[in-house]
Design a binder for this molecule. Structure first.
Ligand code: CA
Length: 435
C-alpha cells in the first residue's frame, strides 16, 4: 500500500463582534496548528502569533540526532513558545496575563505528534462519525469530569470559557502530548472555541462530510457567523489519502504552499502601557455610548480592570451609612451583606462578604472563605489588585476571580540559585487518546 499523505486547508474569520483577530492558524504538508490568543487587558494576538512563530519552526525536515522524534521536537517547540511569551512579558509588563491555547499536529510521514493545551479542539471524522480527540482544559470540563454538570449544561454554562491551562509564559504549564495514527479517509479538524461554542458537534459532523475539505472549512466558518459570530473563528482541516491518489487541482492546497491565517499573518502592534492595550481591545457598545462593553474574553482570562462599579459601591456604602443613621438600617445592612469582594486575609487570598469599608471602627464586611492561594505566590500585578480589593457582583463571581487567580500562581523561588530555563521543560505527557 502506498504511504499516506494529506490535503489541508486553513481558514479564519474575525467574527461579527470583534475588531481584531487573536487566533492564528497554519496548515502545510507537515504541520497543522491553531492558537487562540487571550489576555484581558493584554495582547492575545501577540501571544498567538509569537507562539505560532515558534511552532512553525517545526515545518522542516527533522534531524533525528538534534530533534529526536516528532513528539520530542513538538515538546521543545512548545517549551520555546512558552519561553518566548515569558520574554515578551518581561520586556513589557503591560502584556502580563496574555497567553494562548495551542492545538498542533506534526506529521512524521507515518503518524501525527500532537500537542494540546487550552480549549481549542481536535476532532476526527472516521467512518462518518465525528469524535473529539482533545479534552478541554476548562473549568466547566473539570465540573463535567467530576460529574457535577452534564456536557449539555457545560455548553451553556456562564463560565464555559474559563481556562485552567494555557501557554502563559510560566514554568508550570502542562500541555497534553500524544501520538495519533491516521487512516486513509480520516479527516482531522482543529478549531478555536469560536467554532465549537457556536456550532454543535452533530452539525460539525455533518459539515465535515462535505465533498471537499475546502467546502467543509468555508461552511463551518459560515455557520459560526450565522450563529452569532461572537468570537474569532478559525479552522484547520486535513484529509488523509493514499499518496498515489491524484491531487484535485481545485483544492486550495494544490499549490503546495503553507496557509497562514489570522494574527500570525500580521505584525502585532507594539504595546507601550496598559492604556494602549486596553483601547486596542475595547469594543463600543451597541448603545453607542462610550462605555466599553464587557468583553467575554475578559471573563476568560484573569486580568480584569477594576470595575467602575467600585465607585458606585462606595457611593452605595455611604448610603448604607446614611441609611443606618436614617433608620433604614435593616434594608441597607442586608444589601451590604449581599456584596462580595476578594481581598487578603493574612497571607492568603480570601472572599469577603459585605463592603470594603469600615465606619468608626465597625467593619461592614467579614471573611466568608479563606482560600489556599498565597498572596506572595501571585504575579505582582495580581498582588496589587488583591491588596486593593477586587469587587464581585456575587459569591459565584468572587469564586471565579479566585479560580482565575489560582491558575496564575507561581512557585516562589526562595534563593537566586540558577534554575532550568523553560526551554528545558519536559511536561509530563498526558495522552488524550490511545491510538
Ligand atoms: Ca476564542
Amino acid at each position: 500500500m502506498a504511504p499516506l499523505t494529506y490535503r489541508y486547508v486553513a481558514l479564519t474569520d474575525v467574527g461579527l463582534r470583534r475588531s481584531n483577530n487573536q487566533d492564528s492558524g497554519y496548515a502545510s504538508s507537515r504541520l497543522l496548528v491553531i492558537a487562540d490568543g487571550m489576555g484581558g487587558a493584554a495582547a492575545g494576538d501577540l501571544a498567538s502569533s509569537a507562539t505560532m512563530a515558534e511552532i512553525r519552526e517545526l515545518d522542516r525536515d527533522l534531524d533525528a540526532d538534534a530533534d529526536g522524534d516528532a513528539l520530542d521536537a513538538m515538546r521543545d517547540a512548545v517549551a520555546r513558545a512558552n519561553h518566548r511569551l515569558a520574554e515578551l512579558i518581561a520586556d513589557d509588563p503591560a502584556v502580563e496575563g496574555m497567553g494562548t491555547t495551542l492545538e498542533a499536529m506534526l506529521w512524521d510521514g507515518e503518524k501525527l505528534a500532537v500537542a494540546h493545551i487550552g480549549d481549542s479542539r481536535a476532532y476526527r471524522l472516521r467512518g462518518g462519525r465525528l469524535s473529539q480527540l482533545s479534552t478541554d482544559h476548562t473549568f466547566v470540563q473539570s465540573l463535567v469530569d467530576e460529574g457535577r454538570i452534564t456536557p449539555e449544561e457545560a455548553r451553556v454554562h456562564p463560565h464555559r470559557s474559563l481556562l485552567l491551562k494555557a501557554i502563559l509564559g510560566r514554568d508550570d504549564f502542562e500541555p497534553d502530548f500524544t501520538w495519533l495514527q491516521p487512516a486513509p479517509g480520516d479527516r482531522y479538524l482543529l478549531c478555536s472555541d469560536g467554532l465549537s461554542d457556536m456550532v454543535d458537534d452533530q452539525t460539525i459532523e455533518r459539515v465535515m462530510k462535505s465533498e471537499t475539505i475546502d467546502v467543509a472549512a468555508t461552511e463551518l466558518i459560515r455557520l459560526a457567523l450565522e450563529a452569532g459570530g461572537y468570537d474569532n473563528v478559525s479552522v484547520v482541516i486535513a484529509e488523509f489519502v493514499s499518496s498515489d491518489e491524484p491531487l484535485d487541482e481545485d483544492l486550495s492546497c494544490a499549490d503546495g504552499r503553507p496557509q497562514i491565517t489570522g494574527a500570525a499573518t500580521s505584525q502585532p502592534r507594539p504595546r507601550t502601557g496598559s492604556g494602549s492595550a486596553a483601547s486596542a481591545r475595547g469594543t463600543i457598545g451597541a448603545t453607542g455610548m462610550n462605555e466599553p462593553e464587557p468583553d467575554p474574553e475578559e471573563l476568560r482570562y484573569a486580568p480584569r480592570p477594576v470595575p467602575r462599579r467600585r465607585w458606585v459601591r462606595w457611593l452605595l456604602a455611604s448610603l448604607v451609612i446614611l441609611g443606618l443613621v436614617g433608620g433604614a438600617c435593616a434594608y441597607a445592612y442586608d444589601w451590604s451583606q449581599r456584596q462580595y469582594f476578594v481581598a487578603p486575609s493574612g497571607d492568603l487570598v480570601a472572599i469577603h462578604r459585605g463592603v470594603d469599608v469600615s465606619v468608626g471602627g465597625f467593619s461592614l464586611s467579614e471573611v466568608d472563605e479563606v482560600t489556599g492561594v498565597r498572596i506572595d505566590s501571585l504575579p505582582a500585578y495580581q498582588r496589587d489588585r488583591v491588596a486593593a480589593g477586587i469587587a464581585a457582583s456575587d459569591r459565584d463571581e468572587a469564586k471565579r476571580i479566585v479560580t482565575n487567580l489560582s491558575i496564575q500562581v507561581t512557585e516562589p523561588t526562595p534563593t537566586p540559585t540558577p534554575t532550568p530555563t523553560p526551554r528545558r521543560t519536559r511536561p509530563t505527557p498526558v495522552p488524550t487518546e490511545t491510538p
